[in-house]
Design a protein around this ligand. Structure first.
Ligand code: GAR
Length: 191
């Protein structure tokens, strides 16, 4: 049976697009649904272009959760991938996908993680701290920001002449190289 993946994303959606492409001709899984908590998120335009059903839910709907659960059920979702998703996942959704929901964070957790640490802010903090290394962390999600069990970390150097843009681009390349691969391994291993 084909496995169905849902992606939750709040912004640009470049990781979401990489995942859609990766699974476009996959024998075992496909990206069946994209959900967002921002009505203006560019990921909605990407989804339309890619032909993936995508829906926006407002703050109250995300906090309450039942409509999200219903949507995941309607699309027979087996696995949830957070890709730049900056809202809290409702407990009823979390509990419905034990070991079947993952997140990516653009730093080597536990460094530069936690509430308020996302996207661009992470790279700015890394540069300000003088770290010589950054990277990505792919982990299971739980009730706490950036604290679920780590599945994999990949590293890249921080160069002395790095700007925010050059570091962000290097970390994004790591994300594109590894997130689809890791999600593929996890989804392909599902019963
Ligand atoms: C990615 O770098 C992802 O790691 C980060 O948001 C960016 C989304 O980019 N996620 C977090 O910071 C989560 N705490 P994208 O919308 O282009 O995929």
């Amino acid at each position: 049976m084909m496995k169905n993946i849902a992606i939750f994303a709040s912004g640009n959606g470049t990781n979401a697009e990489q995942l859609v492409h990766h699974f476009a001709h996959h024998a075992k899984a496909r990206v069946a649904l994209i959900l967002t908590n921002r009505s203006t998120a560019f990921v909605l335009q990407r989804a339309e272009r890619l032909g993936v059903p995508a829906f926006y839910f407002n703050k109250e709907q995300w906090a309450e959760g039942s409509e999200i659960v219903e949507m995941l059920r309607r699309y027979a979702i087996d696995f949830v991938v957070l890709a730049g998703f900056l809202a809290r996942v409702p407990d009823c959704v979390l509990h419905g996908f034990p070991q079947r929901m993952v997140n990516i964070h653009p730093s080597l957790l536990p460094k530069f993680g936690g509430k308020g640490m996302y996207g661009d802010r992470v790279h700015q903090a890394v540069l300000a701290s003088g770290e010589q290394e950054s990277g990505i962390t792919i982990h299971y999600t739980n009730e706490h920001y950036d604290e679920g069990a780590i599945i994999c970390q990949e590293r890249c150097p921080v160069m002395p002449d790095d700007t925010f843009d050059t570091l962000a681009a290097r970390v994004h390349q790591l994300e594109y190289a590894h997130y689809p691969r890791v999600v593929d391994e996890l989804v392909s291993a599902l019963e």
